[in-house]
Each structure stands twice: as structure tokens, then as C-alpha cells.
Design a protein around this ligand. Structure first.
Ligand code: UN1
Length: 479
């Protein structure tokens, strides 16, 4: 029996039993044993965060800088090991896992620096002799709820700004992938955070997540995950009159115009739709292609997909790792069936890949002759499944791209300055990508969507301050 990884509550590791985290590349392999917090333990964690808040929110900037930069350096030093843990628990390929671990280190390093870049404004009052100061201060106790698909980067980009701006944290990672979260909390704890400032409560959404939502003592919740759970976070937060921020689904389009460079189009779409097994809210699952390039593009993309190696996430040469678990695989396979029944043409992939180890391996699937009204083009599948929609011209492509309830990331592949410029202005999405994949964003740039994808201020970069701080205004009359 492997060692139990416990929850961190008020500076103590607690928990008596837990669940096994299994490897989706080989379900016989246990990644580790992780405690599951109870509702009572979650409430204790919230109380600890509350008690730690006054001192942490007034802590010195060098203390915050020190903890975050020490954490960044340990993550960099251990990036191979953490990347491998990520690949073993989530199923991303090893280069993707190491890349994500590196990104977590970069995020901590960026936000360590933000401690030294805090600023405000002083402006004169309209009343003579009075000065006005505008500053930002911490919000309070922040609940952080993260999804399984970015097990180290998303916790990093929520925890780092929460801490650097002086908030205390109750952190609930996805039940499916607690390993990377445990590892970064362990690093932060050893990097010198005072007790209660960061609490880890691994466990089930229905128990731990619910206890966070029901608490009257959580001042803000930041959530990334499904639309359904996001709505529950919103409802509970409105009732509690607390601040909240949601990142949810996507049905991101990539438009390929006749004037596109064919090679760029194939690479951009392959990466957007299928890398990380399509399990990214920024993945592109609607490929909207104009008539003139359609047939050549389908032929070249199909060849590229056939050449992708699906297999064990850790194995050298794997392009596409496994689907994360049995229920996600069932959802992917069900949608592939729905696509066929709706009359789309499955030109390549979509079948299970047999492997020596029991794992959830699926060959990336490409549908052609899809319409934008089909369920496979409207509902988020969250797997390596893309539908290709043929359109007449740019105008129809733009209208089709925008015809969705979501608005996270929207891509176009074109060599035309005119169309690229028009698309950037008119695509209904938080992020527009010209000749670059819809997924895979920079760590220092704001991130987030519009329409049904997101709610609240953007995450990451210096814009993270909008959610993790509140504005304070002070008027002073010279005596
Ligand atoms: C990326 O594409 O680099 O859950 C990040 C997700 C997003 C993160 C995507 N919130 O997939």
C-alpha cells in the first residue's frame, strides 16, 4: 500500500484514508493514495483561512515574493518529475506534462514579481485641499476549485495571484487528479507560508465543493470546469453575495480560408483539435473551411491524423495520450456515434486503439460534411473529435464561427491582412488567434472568454488583480 497523501489544514497534514489515483494509460497502475476531506474538515480549513487572513493580508511584500519565488525555483528544478506525475495521472504526453509543469513555475515566478509591482493612484479631489488615494487590497478567503485537465497550471494561476495579493486560500482540486495539486501545496508549505494561509481539501465535489459553496465565510470563489457546475457556483455565490469568477466550456472554431498556407492550416488545426487529447476548453472542435481549399485541406489533414501515434502518455514518440477516464471515453465514443447518426461523414479515426496495457486510447476523429446545427458542432465533447463545416466564403465562415453559445477562443488561418483584421474585430470570443492554435496560451497574458464560456474578470497576467483584489478609496484633507 502506498503512502497516504493527506490534506493540509491549518498547517497540519490530516486524513486517515483515501482513494487510489490510477493511470489512464494503464489502469493497473496506481499513481498514489490521496485523502478525501469531509465537509467538517472543509469547514475547519475555511476557519483556518479566516484566522490567517489579517496577518497574511498585511504581510511584507518580501515575504510573499520569497514564498512564491522559492516555489517557482523548486518547480523548475523538479519539472521532469512533476511533468511525469502529471502525465501519469492525467494522460498528457510527457513533453506536454513537462511543458505544463514548467508553465506552473513561470506563473509562480511572474506573480512573485507582481508583489514588487503593486501600485495605486493619487488624484486630486475636486474640493481644494483634499487628496484621493486609490489602492487595491486583498478580498479575503478565496475558494479555488480546479478541473482535471490542467492539474498543475490552473492551480498555479489561481493560487499564485490569490496569495501574492494577500488573500488566504481553501483549495479543492479535481478528485480525479489530486497528485500535482498535492505536490505544489507541499512545495508552497515548505517554502514558508504561515499556517492556515493555504489549505488543501482534496475530495469529492458533492462534499468538499459543496461545503465551500455553502460557507458564509468564503469571500470569493474562482472556478474552472463544466458549465453545469459553474452555474451552481454562480447561484450559490449570488445567494451568499460573494465575488465569483468562472471559466467553463468552449466550442471553439478555427476558420480556414482559401488563401491559407496549407501546411500552417494543417498544423494549427491538428494542434488545436487533438493535442492534449482534445481535453482543453480552448481546443478547437469546429473547423470551418471555405470551398476553394476544402478538398485539399481534408486530404492533408486526414494524412496528418493517420500519422499521429496514440499510446502510453510516458512512452517516447507518443503524440496523443489516453482519454482521462472511462466516463470521458464513453462521452467521446457516444458523440462519435451521434455524429454518424446526424449524417456527418467520419473520414478518419474514432476507433479505440488496442494496447498491451489497459488504458483509454482513442484515435482522433475527424468528421466532414458536418453542419453547424448538428449536436457534434454545438455541444462540448471535450475529446479528440472535430467536425469540419464547409462554407462558401469569409462572410459565411465568420457568421458560422460566431453561431455558438460559447466565446472562449476563436481562430483563423489566412494570409490576408484584410480578413485577419476583420476577424480580430468581429469574432465573438475573449481570445482571437490568427495563424496560431486556439489552445496553448502565454503565462503572462490575460486569459478568458465571453458569452457562455466565462463570467467575471479575466485570469492571469496583471489582469488577475481585478478578481483577487478590491479597490479602496481614501480621501484626506490636509489638517
Ligand atoms: C491553454 O490552452 O493553454 O481548462 C489553457 C482549460 C483552460 C486552459 C487552457 N482553462 O482548458
Amino acid at each position: 500500500m502506498s503512502e497516504l497523501h493527506k490534506n493540509l489544514i491549518n498547517g497540519e497534514w490530516v486524513g486517515t484514508d483515501g482513494i487510489e489515483n490510477v493511470n489512464p494509460s494503464n489502469t493497473n497502475e496506481v499513481v498514489g493514495l490521496y485523502a478525501r476531506a469531509t465537509a467538517d474538515e472543509t469547514r475547519t480549513a475555511i476557519a483556518a483561512a479566516r484566522a490567517a487572513f489579517p496577518a497574511w493580508s498585511r504581510s511584507g511584500l518580501m515575504e510573499r515574493w520569497g514564498v512564491l519565488s522559492k516555489t517557482a525555483h523548486e518547480i523548475f528544478a523538479r519539472k521532469e518529475e512533476l511533468g511525469k506525475l502529471l502525465s501519469r495521472e492525467e494522460g498528457k504526453t510527457l513533453p506536454e506534462g513537462i511543458g505544463e509543469a514548467t508553465r506552473a513555475g513561470q506563473i509562480f515566478e511572474f506573480f512573485a514579481g507582481e508583489a514588487l509591482r503593486l501600485s495605486g493612484e493619487t488624484i486630486p479631489s475636486v474640493r481644494p485641499g483634499i487628496g484621493v488615494e486609490i489602492t487595491r487590497e486583498a478580498v479575503g478567503v478565496v475558494g479555488i476549485i480546479t478541473p482535471w485537465n490542467f492539474p498543475i497550471a490552473i492551480p498555479a494561476w489561481k493560487i499564485a495571484p490569490a496569495l501574492v495579493y494577500g488573500n488566504t486560500v481553501v483549495f479543492k482540486p479535481a478528485d480525479l487528479v489530486p497528485g500535482c495539486s498535492w505536490a505544489i501545496v507541499d512545495i508552497l508549505h515548505r517554502s514558508g507560508l504561515p499556517k492556515g494561509v493555504l489549505n488543501l481539501v482534496m475530495g469529492k465535489g458533492s462534499v468538499v465543493g459543496q461545503a465551500i459553496l455553502d460557507s458564509g465565510d468564503v469571500d470569493a470563489i474562482t472556478f474552472t470546469g463544466s458549465v453545469g457546475t459553474g452555474k451552481r457556483v454562480a447561484e450559490a455565490s449570488v445567494k451568499a453575495m460573494r465575488k465569483f469568477q468562472l471559466e467553463m466550456g468552449g466550442k471553439n472554431p478555427t476558420v480556414v480560408l482559401d488563401d491559407a498556407d496549407l501546411k500552417t492550416a494543417v498544423e494549427t488545426v491538428t494542434q488545436s483539435a487533438f493535442f492534449s487529447t482534445g481535453q482543453r476548453c480552448t481546443a478547437s472542435s469546429r473547423i470551418i473551411v471555405t470551398e476553394g481549399i476544402h478538398d485539399a485541406f481534408v486530404a492533408a489533414l486526414s494524412e496528418r491524423i493517420k500519422g499521429l501515434k496514440v499510446g502510453d502518455a510516458i512512452a517516447q514518440g507518443t503524440d496523443i495520450g489516453p482519454v482521462v477516464d472511462a466516463s470521458q471515453l464513453k462521452q467521446d465514443v457516444d458523440y462519435i456515434e451521434i455524429g454518424k447518426q446526424e449524417g456527418a461523414n467520419l473520414v478518419v479515426g474514432g476507433e479505440l486503439v488496442h494496447h498491451d496495457n489497459p488504458g483509454f486510447f482513442l484515435r482522433p476523429a475527424l468528421f466532414t460534411e458536418a453542419t453547424n446545427q448538428m449536436r457534434i458542432s454545438r455541444e462540448e465533447i471535450f475529446g479528440p473529435v472535430a467536425s469540419l463545416i464547409r462554407v462558401k466564403d469569409y462572410e459565411e465562415a465568420l457568421a458560422t464561427a460566431n453561431d455558438t453559445e460559447f466565446g472562449l477562443s476563436s481562430g483563423i488561418v489566412t494570409t490576408s491582412l484584410k480578413y485577419a483584421t476583420h476577424y480580430k474585430r468581429n469574432a465573438q470570443a475573449g481570445m482571437v488567434m490568427v495563424n496560431v492554435p486556439t489552445a496553448g496560451v502565454d503565462f503572462h497574458v490575460p486569459f478568458g472568454g465571453t458569452k457562455g464560456s466565462s463570467y467575471g474578470p479575466k485570469e492571469q497576467g496583471k489582469y488577475a488583480a481585478e478578481f483577487f483584489t478590491q479597490v479602496k478609496i481614501a480621501y484626506t484633507a490636509a489638517g
